[in-house]
Write a protein of this length. Structure first.
Length: 325
């Protein structure tokens, strides 16, 4: 078995929704281990010198901000301290925050003429910070849900997708419940993807097929060790995590991809702000500008997430349904 250090190098900081992910009920990352050692893999820059994509200030966008924020000159942002790559994680110096969420939030701040100020905290404290007015926004793989819309405003910037990951060359494709019947599939406990997998297993049994043999592990690294050793057939997690791992480690492949909201609704990831803060329209307009000037696409391509691009930011779109008690 590989040591923790050599594993982290090999997985090049793999790492959402899952992972507990933004699609989950808890939405934190599953056993996210702080990378002890990292190196660039397949061209991915993990150093503190990110050469991050930037964009000029647009006065018309800045004018949409509340006066107090404009005068302050900073955009105070919350990000999850337990996210996995490529969302928000530490560079090789174990100090500098990097990742797609950091890059996109920086671009939004650029367009609004503000300096981004990042605060990495635990998942639950992201929302505590929003509630108290400490944070202007959270960029942390937060899925739009109907329950969250009661307290927060959302400006979407990525699709919320899940992915089945298997060993490279598996010859396996997942299109629906029948393709996982009898398979050993790992998933994060308490996540939305677990709910989907449990539902699929029940549907298989009802149709006379074998149920899914669902497996649980504590850490992301454990999932990938089990996958490589053949103890599981696949891992269902957030697409960003899977896409990054495929790109960085080169040992696995994505064999199926689905909306994090389940059938009938496309899940969406959004910049999250306190309801009626007066900020959400500025965020949405800034995101639209980034889509139009091409910097948005540059960031997603950089982290292997081209497939999660949106054409336009939506304010408070339909979200995951309310939890039934």
């Amino acid at each position: 078995m590989k040591t923790r250090r050599s594993l982290l190098i090999a997985l090049a900081p793999l790492t959402a929704l899952g992972v507990l992910t933004a699609c989950g009920s808890g939405d934190a990352a599953i056993g996210a281990a702080e990378p002890e050692a990292k190196k660039a893999a397949n061209g991915i820059n993990l150093s503190p010198e990110q050469n991050r994509v930037h964009t000029p200030k647009v006065d018309a966008l800045a004018d949409r901000l509340p006066e107090a924020v404009r005068k302050r000159g900073t955009l105070v942002l919350g990000v999850s301290a337990t996210s996995n790559p490529p969302l928000a994680f530490h560079a090789t110096d174990d100090k500098t925050l990097i990742g797609v969420e950091v890059d996109l939030a920086t671009l939004v701040a650029d367009a609004l003429g503000l300096k981004p100020e990042f605060n990495p905290v635990s998942w639950e404290n992201l929302f505590v910070g929003l509630d108290s007015g400490k944070y202007d926004a959270v960029f942390s793989n937060v899925t739009v849900t109907e329950e969250r819309k009661d307290k927060y405003d959302f400006a979407t910037y990525r699709l919320d997708d899940l992915a089945f990951e298997a060993k490279k060359g598996s010859g396996w494709t997942v299109k629906g419940p029948e393709d996982v019947a009898g398979k050993k599939i790992a998933v994060g406990s308490g996540t939305n993807q677990e709910k989907i997998l449990v539902d699929w297993s029940a549907r298989n049994e009802k149709a006379g097929r074998k149920p899914v043999d669902i497996k649980y592990y504590q850490n992301t690294s454990d999932y990938y060790l089990a996958l490589q050793s053949g103890r599981i057939d696949g891992y269902l997690g957030p697409n960003p995590v899977a896409a990054y791992h495929v790109l960085s480690a080169g040992q696995t492949e994505i064999v199926g991809r689905f909306s994090g909201a389940g059938a009938g609704l496309q899940g969406k990831i959004a910049a999250t702000t306190k309801k009626d803060s007066g900020l959400v329209a500025a965020y949405a307009a800034a995101i639209d500008h980034l889509v139009e000037n091409g910097t948005y696409a540059q960031v997603l391509k950089r982290w292997g997430l081209d497939g999660e691009a949106v054409k336009k930011s939506e304010i408070n779109p339909p979200g995951l349904p309310r939890t039934k008690n």
